[in-house]
Write a protein that binds this ligand. Structure first.
Ligand code: DNO
Length: 387
């Protein structure tokens, strides 16, 4: 069976470890968010966190994330030092008994949504990415130099129309959401910070970024392998270029390129059905056939796509990805590999009592509990019905 987990943002998270345990989790997905990106995770800090989780009766096997410094992605500045630090952190987490190390290679921004409280018909709230509003953010609110050159004439007309229709309040709301320093941060970027950071990526093409990722992997994967760790790269979310930045972990071919770059059991994937599924040309179920042996961690989540790249986060078993087919593939995969893959219900709707609480966008307790309970039932049903 899947190793059921939920993400916990640490002692300041309004969702407690006992909430997670009551949801039926055996494991907690965690990171040391207090350590600045690029610095070494010390054994002392890792142990402290591990003890907290174990005292609540659960285990910490999956890290999400051990973040990659921007200098490594750009391969400039102090990238060599940061790679050395990364290797040391890997050795330290392995020494403490952790197993899976999630990371991503998205330049500057992690995941992005234009609305973190999109009201559904039943008054629960979901995360929403509306491409038209994102264009408004990019062109009119952030005023990124050269942004107009990256959209088609038709898209520009849509953006202009949208901008003219939006109230001041709506504009501010979109601006605020797009600048959120997700995940797990209470701080937002300022527009000046984003514009300055974007400038530092000038001239870095998709191909270059990919080469930089491969160069990073060639250094860290052998260390991970020697220490019995599994590295798991998280896909881009949304799975295409934003703000003119290259994104290289969006498609099946991207994932194949990554796992083929070094053939090692340590070089694997965090298979996020929500991120990958936001792209209509990604066959999420088929990808499990191609990449199953490299899946070290699962984020199960669903999206409902509209035209134009818009999507919102649907119920876990609803939306465009057939979660029954996904689960069937996963159950068979685990039997074949004889492993229990860690899984977390990625995100959940804000609903019931959580509508009155403040939680990290997507990470309320009840919505995730609902998703987990549905997925758990689905897994049991699927596995009992398979010979
Ligand atoms: C969003 C998350 C991502 C993920 C990172 C992994 O909810 O799935 O922020 O943690 O991209 O490095």
């Amino acid at each position: 069976m899947l190793h059921q987990t939920m993400r916990w943002y640490g002692p300041h998270d309004t969702v407690s470890l006992m909430d997670i345990r009551q949801a039926g989790c055996a494991g907690v997905v965690n990171a040391l968010h207090q350590i600045p990106v690029g610095e070494i995770w010390t054994i002392d800090e890792i142990e402290k966190r591990k003890n907290l989780i174990e005292a609540a009766g659960m285990t910490w096997t999956v890290i999400e994330s051990l973040p990659v410094h921007e200098d490594i992605k750009k391969r400039n500045g102090k990238y060599e030092l940061y790679i050395d630090n990364y290797k040391q952190s890997l050795k330290n987490v392995a020494a403490c008994g952790l197993k899976v190390v999630t990371y991503n290679f998205m330049p500057i921004l992690d995941w992005l949504r234009t609305d973190v409280a999109y009201e559904l018909a039943d008054k629960s709230k979901a995360l929403y990415f509306e491409f038209d509003k994102f264009m408004v953010f990019d062109i009119y609110l952030l005023q990124r130099p050269g942004a107009e050159n990256e959209y088609t004439a038709e898209e520009l007309a849509i953006a202009k129309n949208k901008f003219e229709q939006m109230t001041e309040h709506e504009k501010q709301y979109v601006f605020k959401n797009c600048l959120l320093g997700l995940p797990g941060s209470d701080e937002s970027f300022t527009p000046q910070q984003i514009l300055a950071a974007l400038k530092t990526y000038e001239g870095i093409t998709k191909d270059q970024l990919k080469q930089n990722l491969f160069a990073f992997l060639r250094e860290v994967v052998p260390v991970a392998e020697a220490n019995g760790l599994q590295m798991a790269i998280h896909p881009d979310d949304p799975p295409y270029s934003v703000l003119g930045l290259p994104r290289i972990v969006s498609t099946q071919q991207d994932l194949l390129d990554i796992v083929n770059c070094i053939d090692s059991p340590a070089n694997g994937l965090c298979f996020c059905t929500g991120s990958l599924g936001a792209r209509p040309d990604n066959d999420v179920v088929g990808m499990i056939d191609q990449l199953g042996d490299k899946i070290h961690f699962l984020h199960l989540r669903n999206t409902k796509r509209f035209s134009n790249g818009n999507f919102f986060e649907a119920d876990h078993l609803d939306g465009d990805t057939d979660m029954y087919e996904v689960m069937k593939k996963i159950v068979l995969l685990m039997r074949k590999r004889n492993v229990s893959i860690p899984m977390r219900p990625d995100h959940g709707h804000q609903m019931l009592d959580d509508l009155h609480k403040s939680t990290y966008p997507g990470y309320s307790a009840i919505g995730r509990l609902k998703g987990l309970a549905e997925l758990r039932g689905l897994e049991l049903g699927v596995s009992k019905s398979l010979p």
